[in-house]
Design a protein around this ligand. Structure first.
Ligand code: SF4
Length: 288
């Protein structure tokens, strides 16, 4: 069996920084309750690793975040996730003297800074992203003049000014964003378009798209909640030279798979997938 890896592989630096920050806070505050407000990165194994250190991940899906934040009290420590957050939420914690930290990735922070700058200079912003994704929620929370261009449902251009700044969620696919940029150029010819897909996501996408040999099985390793993992999966699915593509969490997802006709395997990982998980999958395949 030939096994080819897509590089980069394993954690990106934004994920490493977020995990290290949480661990450092735990170490420096051994007796304090420590919470992550949402999944620190989109990978269940990472949340489990933090849980083993006594760090509680608060499920923020389908809840009123403002109300939930009011429940924390002095002495608690709250960490916001790598995806960025609505910064107006900080005031709720400040009011109750709750210590809080921000594990936002520097790339996301930089992108949010560009949005703020455009708003300050009186322009509208179009943010291309997936509705409900935490990075998208954080970015559109900056100002009411940040308009979401949802990757599924599009945008109502009638609400957008003449010369908007156009930016995007950092983990989108460089292929899907192209036609959205064209749509925006048609509707807002004076728009300034910047492409903010981070290199950790883009390089993996391009590497999969550039694979030319015939692949029997492509394994995309990562959580179903991970945007960049899902984009790798979509790109692999669209390639004619890849016979089967599977999205898996770890080697346990391979147990019932018939490997008898599999000769060429391609493995890629999302940016929040630990390299150890990939190594275990490779070993499982090599042993067969
Ligand atoms: S995927 Fe990109 S934006 Fe997200 S944490 Fe990693 S480097 Fe940062």
């Amino acid at each position: 069996m030939n096994i080819k890896e897509i590089h980069p592989i394993g954690y990106c630096y934004g994920v490493i920084n977020a995990i290290n920050l949480a661990k450092k806070i735990r170490k420096e505050n051994p007796d304090s309750p420590v919470y992550v407000f949402g999944m620190i990165v989109h990978n269940e194994a990472v949340s489990k690793e933090l849980a083993d250190l006594g760090i509680v991940t608060v499920d923020t899906s389908n809840i009123n975040k403002r109300e939930k934040l009011k429940e924390f009290k002095k002495g608690d420590i709250v960490i916001f996730t790598a995806h960025g957050h609505d910064e107006s939420l900080d005031a709720i914690l400040d009011e109750n003297e709750v210590t809080h930290y921000d594990a936002v990735c520097t790339i996301v922070k930089l992108n949010m800074g560009k949005i703020k700058e455009a708003i300050r200079s009186g322009r509208d912003v179009i943010f291309i992203g997936k509705e409900g994704h935490p990075e998208t929620e954080a970015s559109i929370s900056i100002d009411e003049r940040v308009h979401l261009y949802d990757i599924k449902n599009g945008i109502d251009f009638s609400k957008v000014g003449d010369n908007p700044l156009v930016t995007n969620q950092t983990t989108l696919s460089y292929l899907e964003i192209e036609h959205i940029h064209n749509d925006i150029k048609t509707n807002r010819p004076n728009a300034e378009i910047i492409d903010e897909i981070c290199s950790a996501s883009r390089l993996r996408q391009q590497a999969i798209n550039n694979v030319t040999e015939d692949i029997d099985l492509c394994l995309i390793v990562g959580s179903k909640t991970s945007s960049n993992t899902n984009k790798l999966f979509e790109i692999a699915l669209g390639k004619k030279n890849i016979r089967t593509t599977l999205k898996i969490n770890d080697k346990s997802d391979l147990i019932n798979l018939d490997l008898n006709t599999i000769n060429n395997v391609l493995i890629a990982s999302g940016t929040s997938t630990n390299l150890t998980v990939v190594e275990e999958i490779k070993k499982y395949l090599e042993d067969r």
